[in-house]
Write a protein that binds this ligand. Structure first.
Ligand code: COA
Length: 703
């Protein structure tokens, strides 16, 4: 990242508005007015061949007529003039272009967009957009956009792929009282993209948390890389998770339908927290911008009402931070501040009698206690208490402890007085929410953040025994025959080159060879047709299992060859594979896709109906660590089957995670060769007995 150029683009010291207009209501007028009204201190240079002055600013016919240095140009002329403007900006030595103008790739004019970027780059300029609302920055008093005003002041910064949504969010920062420093509209991402803005915001001293509204990434791996390296929390709302939404978003990205599961995993691998919806994006942004990660598991709830306490308890479980009983010694201390009918167990119920002092003292004791990793303070308005005073007591007790590396969150249930108290809390660094469920979701985000940060430091596991050359021999053989579908036996050879435990197999071209191989491998065996033209072998009568005698080998060899000819007369038949018959085990599937956004991506699930009907699968962008592979096994709904239920012995998860990890290495290493693949079924045996890949499929990339 060229920090100087991005600084010039995102916090410029001077700007030209090219297409500035004297006509109110035009975007070129609004942008200039916004710069004026936001009290931008840098140089402002309106450019319009028809005017001498607009809004009191001297107007120039071209940027080339401006003597002073200009950092960035905000372009608001119609698309057909943009290339010429880029030239002038380049000659002027401008560093960055904010192209508000629409009418580029989003309407199919990809070539024009590429030309704009290429020309800009030839002058060393970077382009934000086109098709953007602009950039807003509170700390720079810079509203370089046509959004009506700078956002409510705060320390989060947002990057949005949707311009309209950014304007909506801008307005909502006030109604929600959630503060932002920068709002960056990223538009078509022709040049500056999410990865650039993540890296830049991570070093921006005014930003404490990075929020993203994402429809589709064009730089998936780069985002994973920058996300991993970021030192600040990143939270993303990914639109397009429904089948219909994915189609709507595809106009931006051409992403795979159903890729939301891949995004979910990729974000986690990048150390990026996800938001469920817009409310959740705001709520989680607030907590991540104000509070530190929660390092342990122990959440303590303090409340003055049993009802909100129960709601909080339910939500804690729902969001993955189930409550545990307070240690007895802490209970004893807390009991001093409640009547006999209160409870110190967790939730700590101070009862409706709780006033400022009880809140102050219990929060202080609990927050100070080493068992407590995160504190959620709930409060219901009562006639005897003043919400603002309760808020101040909470804040004072936190300040009294001096603790800064542990999170605290509040939820006040009440009316206007509670709303005011919560605004006060937020202004004073304590996130506060109207619903106890929202507060518990917020603390779960801090827990998630701590975990995800830790996980994203994982280094992918590598294997010295992988034999790429051997795999490439098989692939090149198929390519020489102009095939992209490998036969099962070829696919198994590729798998075996990367250390996957495939069933032993040999291709017999004659009845005699079939008998000799069967003797060599040992009975029982499986016999299958081998033909690149017959992918669905069973449909072609090309699979016989549990063959136990030499007579049967002879008989079935001829039968399979006959069936194949009947099924497809002109099929290219390589022979019949004689394969070790693996004992039956728990069926799982390992597979891969070359995702358009993230590249080689691994899938794992339980086989059979679990994958076909229930789609109970999970993904990871390859490569990854063995620990992540083990996590994949635990992620599917059917995980208990592998862990061992109802007296069944646990399956060999150690061997399975090793195989998943090897597979991920293979698809990453051969990312230019393998487009799709699967090992299905893979038969997993009891702990210590390993597993076997019984069937294999590889489709190569078209070259
Ligand atoms: N240099 C400087 N100014 C120029 C120029 C040039 N080479 N060519 C034209 N202009 C001036 C025009 O004379 C006009 O000024 P005027 O009002 O004084 O006549 C001004 O630039 C704007 O041009 P105009 O033709 O009036 O266009 P417009 O204002 O109707 O629309 C855009 C321009 C960029 C706003 C429009 O093309 C567009 O893209 N709109 C969508 C933007 C958007 O929504 N983006 C975000 C999506 S989330």
């Amino acid at each position: 990242m060229d920090i100087e150029i991005l600084n010039a683009l995102l916090k410029p010291k001077s700007v030209a508005v090219i297409g500035a207009s004297a006509t109110p209501g035009k975007i070129g007028h609004t942008v200039l007015l916004n710069l004026q009204e936001s009290k931008y201190k840098g140089g402002i240079y309106p450019i319009n061949p028809k005017s001498d002055e607009i809004l009191g600013f001297k107007c120039y016919k071209s940027v080339l007529n401006v003597k002073e240095q200009i950092d960035a140009a905000i372009i608001v002329v119609p698309a057909k003039f943009v290339l010429q403007i880029v030239d002038e900006c380049g000659k002027k030595g401008i560093k960055g272009l904010l192209v508000i103008t629409s009418g580029f790739a989003e309407v199919g004019k990809d070539d024009l967009e590429k030309e704009v970027v290429a020309k800009s780059r030839s002058y060393g300029m970077r382009v934000l957009g086109p098709n953007i609302v602009g950039v807003l920055s509170n700390s720079d008093d810079f509203n370089g956009s046509f959004a009506p005003f700078l956002p409510y002041k705060g320390t989060a910064s947002l990057v949005s792929q949707s311009g309209a949504l950014l304007i909506g969010i801008d307005a909502q920062t006030y109604t929600r009282g959630i503060g932002f420093d920068k709002l960056i509209s990223i538009g078509n991402m022709s040049d500056v993209n999410f990865a650039d803005t993540i890296e830049w915001l991570d070093q921006d001293e005014k930003t404490s948390c990075i929020s993203l509204y994402v429809e589709g990434l064009n730089d998936g791996r780069c985002v994973i890389d920058k996300g991993r390296k970021a030192t600040k929390p990143i939270i993303a709302l990914k639109a397009g998770s429904s089948a219909h939404g994915a189609v709507a978003a595809a106009s931006h990205t051409g992403s795979l339908a159903g890729s939301s599961k891949i995004y979910k995993s990729a974000f986690a691998q990048a150390g990026i927290i996800q938001a469920e919806d817009l409310d959740n994006l705001f709520d989680r942004t607030l907590v991540l911008s104000l509070q530190p990660p929660m390092k342990g598991d122990n959440v303590l709830i303090i409340t003055n009402g049993g009802g909100v306490g129960v709601l909080g308890t339910d939500s804690a479980e729902k969001f993955g931070v189930p409550l545990k009983y307070t240690p007895p010694e802490l209970q004893e201390k807390l009991k001093k501040y409640m009547p006999s009918f209160g409870s110190a167990k967790n939730p700590v119920d101070l009862t409706g009698m709780a006033g400022n002092d009880w809140y102050h003292d219990t929060v202080k004791i609990a927050f100070n206690h080493e068992w407590v990793d995160g504190l959620v303070v709930l409060y219901c308005e009562t006639a005897m208490t003043n919400p603002l005073e309760i808020a101040k007591s909470i804040k004072k007790s936190v300040d009294d402890t001096g603790i800064k590396n542990k999170p605290i969150i509040a939820s006040f249930v009440g009316g206007e007085r509670s709303d005011k108290a919560m605004r006060w809390l937020v202004k004073n660094g304590i996130p506060a929410y109207a619903g106890p469920d929202v507060a518990l979701n917020a603390i779960s985000a801090l827990k998630e953040y701590a975990k995800i940060r830790e996980d994203s430091k994982d280094i992918p596991t590598t294997y010295d025994d992988a034999n790429r050359e051997k795999a490439m021999d098989v692939i090149n053989y198929a390519r020489n025959e102009e095939r992209i579908a490998l036969t099962e036996i070829e696919a198994k050879h590729v798998f075996a080159a990367y250390g996957l435990p495939v069933t032993r197999a040999k291709i017999a071209k004659s009845e005699e060879e079939a008998v000799s191989f069967a003797n060599e491998i040992g009975f029982p065996i499986v016999m299958k047709i081998v033909s690149p033209d017959i992918l669905h072998k069973s449909d072609a009568g090309g699979v016989i299992v549990d063959v136990n005698s030499i007579e049967d080998v002879r008989k079935f060899f001829n039968e399979i060859m006959e069936n194949a000819k009947v099924y497809k007369a002109d099929a290219n038949i390589h022979g019949v594979v004689i394969q070790e018959m693996a004992p039956w085990g728990t069926e799982v599937i390992l597979g891969s896709v070359n995702d358009p956004t993230f590249g080689p991506t691994m899938m794992f699930g339980l086989g059979g109906i679990f994958v076909e009907v229930l789609k109970d699968v999970t993904f990871r962008v390859a490569p990854f660590s063995k620990r992540q592979a083990a996590e994949m096994i635990g992620e599917i709904n059917a995980a208990p089957i592998l862990i061992g239920i109802r007296g069944e012995k646990p399956k060999d998860r150690e061997a399975l995670s090793d195989t998943i990890c090897r597979y991920a290495n293979m698809i990453y290493d051969l990312r230019d060769e393998i487009n799709e693949s699967d090992a299905n079924p893979v038969l997993v045996y009891e702990e210590g007995d390993g597993l076997k890949v019984a069937d294999a499929r590889i489709l190569l990339t078209k070259k």
